[in-house]
Design a protein. Sequence first.
Length: 253
Amino acid sequence: MAKVDVVADVLEHYADSIPQHVGIIMDGNGRWAQQKGMPRVYGHKKGVDSVRAAVKFARQVGIKSLTLFAFSSENWKRPEEEVSGLMDLFMLVLTKEIKNLHKNNVKLKIVGDITAFSAGIQKKVASAHELTGNNTGLTLNVAANYGGRWDIVEAAKSLADKVKRGELESADIDEALFDSHTQFAEQPDLDLLIRTGGETRISNFLLWQVAYAELHFTPLYWPAFNALAFAQAVEAFAGTERRFGLTGEQVKR
Ligand code: IPE
Ligand code: IPE
Ligand code: MG
């Protein structure tokens, strides 16, 4: 099936059940490359094509927020050569892709503790945020040096600071307020979480946000993930009855 058809097919059949916020754990780059007798970094480079395809698909079917796990707070522990390869790639992508994202009205948000990155990357991130900050199309969150526990701890800290300054009573903290202090404030709830590469774990991704998300695991390595694979995840999502604690009968009513 040609790629255009994949989008048209999704819009024809599932227009009413497009997930608003999709998170993707882009896993399997290293194994994909090793299977081809290539170094792991080759897999990361090829993974950028899949990122482009996923962003395009998300825009075309009308997903509001797409959150991609690019680098976890634990990934620093990888061999130095791989970490620096990933950093170079991050820098290159931030430089090369930003104009095209902007042209397509995409709002780019890097989520994670970016203070750990080089000054060059931090500058690129700041200018990317500035350039695309007012865009109204897809919000593309790229999680870099991100950890779900970090996100929760940061939210707790900023609430604690407000209590300390007397701006807030601790009794006023509820789930909605807590949510508005996470990295994804003002974005739709996470509807669908996809993980490529065959593992069935969360690896410290969106821990707070995953509460009622549908989980979709695919054995495809990230560089092999394309619009068709994304469409299949959306199709599975559309076919699920989300009950949020209710009975099936209640949901139907
Ligand atoms: C995911 O692919 C990308 C990052 C973690 C940066 P991996 O590099 O984890 O690939 P595998 O899981 O080892 O195959
Ligand atoms: C999760 O993949 C992080 C990213 C995709 C960026 P990992 O490959 O780091 O996860 P584990 O180590 O298999 O749990
Ligand atoms: Mg992995």
